[in-house]
Design a protein. Structure first.
Length: 314
């Protein structure tokens, strides 16, 4: 059952992170409010009731306040993902729509200023995100910390958990760094990801904070290897295109666009591609052809590459 609509509100961003999945586009896109109205109406019969707003930096959408108002007026709950260089208009919207607001997801990629600021490409970014977290939690707003693990911060798991607790966050989520042409030196190997995943899972009973690991760190393996295949969430980029998963880099995994197709048709295509992907994994498993990255998000990055799709059609 569909639960969440994930929307890249805009590709505009005020940081240039070393590990960024989306790259550094020169041309920017903002999610159309007309498409948003359609999407909210068409998604409701499929069970959707929550909207996740990400980016880029969501508040840089020229009409971000109207976007949140539309989400709430349509009866949805909402949360946002932010680097926290700005607290407005987030804070005023959190107060105005408190009954529908669920949490702020704040990205923290280092347990200290040196690590976080290096990865985020700006001095002072660590101070901004930690002070913002404290500001939100002091007002009773739920905060979830999102950490992307890589070669520069892979030894900081315990310290990141401690920092999240100190900031008053109710949860910390650990993901990995998805390989792209500009961040390959940061990407964890599959064995490193598995070791860290096991470390995190082993610490859960003792830490006093909710801990999540997501599939871009380590998947569950097998054919049905990722929660995305349950179709609890649909992801749309800033151009209004349905993508197979928000963690597939670039334009890979694009299903089609709301500009010329109803949501029902896009969902039908998504389900067929999900079935094809699982069949492809089953074939690879049967042949013993798993290889490096088979149980991380690197698998889908390769699966949806142009070269890989051409080979599968032969």
């Amino acid at each position: 059952m569909l639960k969440t609509i994930g929307i890249v509100a805009t590709t505009r961003c005020n940081l240039r992170c070393a590990h960024c999945l989306r790259g550094y586009p020169e041309e920017h896109y903002d999610f159309s409010l007309d498409l948003l109205e359609r999407l909210l109406n068409e998604a409701r019969p499929f069970g959707a009731h929550h909207v996740a707003l990400t980016g880029g930096e969501p508040c840089l959408h020229p009409d971000f306040e109207q976007m949140v108002e539309m989400v709430v007026d349509a009866g949805y709950t909402w949360h946002f993902v932010s680097n926290s260089l700005r607290t407005e208009p987030y804070e005023s919207l959190m107060k105005r729509y408190r009954d529908n607001f669920r949490y702020a997801s704040l990205s923290i990629d280092g347990a200290d200023a040196a690590t976080h600021d290096e990865l985020r490409g700006r001095e002072g970014a660590f101070e901004a995100v930690t002070s913002t977290a404290r500001r939100y939690t002091s007002q009773g707003f739920p905060v979830s910390v999102a950490a992307s693990l890589n070669q520069r911060n892979k030894t900081q798991v315990e310290d990141l958990i401690g920092l999240a607790k100190e900031l008053g966050a109710y949860r910390i989520g650990f993901g990995g760094t998805i390989p792209t042409p500009w961040n390959e030196e940061l990407v964890l190997s599959e064995s490193e990801s598995l070791t860290i995943h096991q470390q995190i899972e082993g610490s859960k009973p003792e830490v006093g904070i909710e801990i999540r690991t997501v599939s871009n760190l380590c998947t569950s393996g097998g054919v049905h290897f990722c929660d995305i295949l349950d179709m609890h969430e649909l992801a749309f980029n800033a151009r209004g295109e349905l993508v197979f998963c928000c963690d597939v880099p670039g334009d890979r995994g694009t299903m089609g666009t709301l500009l010329d197709q109803p949501l029902s048709a896009l969902i039908t295509d998504w389900l067929q591609i999900a079935a094809d992907l699982q069949a492809h994994r089953a074939k690879r498993i049967a042949e013993g052809q798993m290889g490096e990255g088979f149980d991380t998000c690197a698998f889908c990055s390769g699966y949806f590459s142009a070269d890989s799709q051409a080979l599968r059609r032969r």
